[in-house]
Design a protein around this ligand. Structure first.
Ligand SMILES: C[S@@+](CC[C@H](N)C(=O)[O-])C[C@H]1O[C@@H](n2cnc3c(N)ncnc32)[C@H](O)[C@@H]1O
Length: 240
């Protein structure tokens, strides 16, 4: 069946020889779509209960495959309105991301081999990034790496591979006069997306069997994992 398996065709987004101007145009188009689909909403909805009220006040957050850093920026502004201080680190593989990142720090790197020590961030998130990975093995590695560098919470979100979402995205992309490459990639990204059973199986394989996986309003696949942080040794304490 059409949506029973993930598409393997690569997105133009990931082509290594894209210019800075093309990448900038794609992030701009993505921002229009993201605004329409309230891309920050699942993170605003689920992060506070996953973290617990006390731990929301000061948060270090890593956004994987952050693109131009729009999501981190939106979350930081939203958190500030609640009196919380959220420090954002963005990570992306695109050579143009450092130049295009709007706010916060951008680290160049791959989600498959994160250049951070274990438990470096309170929260690790990713939005619409996982479908860029080509195999279940890579997705499992990405889940493990996200979990390794998180101290408290991992929250991942991506496209739900469904005919209904494909139809909605088709209509929005055609009505909105988006560039052809972006339209093609947008539709392909639904076909490269996931259903919740995919993520359940991959999470189990990655050793994240405690993680919860679900679909959010039929449009997104979500994964949440909570960790209990290890107590930090007081400064100057010698290891036992
Ligand atoms: C569709 S964009 C999503 C950007 C942003 N998360 C958002 O929601 O607007 C996917 C991003 O993932 C990045 N990406 C793809 N594969 C990656 C990898 N292996 N490691 C890090 N970033 C990657 C791309 O460069 C791109 O910026």
């Amino acid at each position: 069946m059409f949506f029973s398996r993930r598409a393997t065709q690569a997105e133009y987004f990931d082509s290594p020889d894209r210019s800075l101007a093309e990448t900038a145009e794609s992030y701009k188009s993505l921002e229009r779509i993201n605004r329409l689909f309230h891309f920050a909403e699942p993170f605003q909805r689920f992060l506070p209960p996953l973290l617990g009220a006390e731990n929301c006040r000061a948060v270090t957050l890593l956004d994987l495959g952050a693109g131009d850093g729009s999501l981190g920026q939106a979350l930081q502004v939203w958190a500030a309105k609640k009196g919380w201080s959220w420090e954002i680190t963005n990570l992306d593989l695109s050579p143009h991301a450092p130049e295009l990142c709007k706010t916060g720090k951008l680290v160049s790197g791959s989600v498959l081999d994160l250049p951070f020590a274990d438990e470096s961030f309170d929260v690790v998130i990713a939005n619409q990034m996982t479908h860029h990975l080509s195999s279940d093995e890579e997705v499992a590695k990405h889940f493990r790496e996200a979990h390794r560098v998180a101290r408290r919470v991992v929250l991942l979100s991506d496209m739900h591979r469904s005919a209904i979402l494909y139809g909605i995205i088709w209509a929005v992309l055609h009505a909105g006069n988006f560039p052809k490459h972006f339209r093609d990639d947008g539709l392909l990204s639904v076909k490269r997306g996931f259903c919740s059973e995919d993520w359940r199986q991959i999470a189990d394989r990655a050793g994240l069997s405690e993680a919860k996986v679900w679909t959010h309003f039929g449009a997104r696949v979500m994964l949440a994992a909570q960790k209990i942080p290890k107590p930090q040794a007081p400064p100057g304490a010698s290891p036992i």
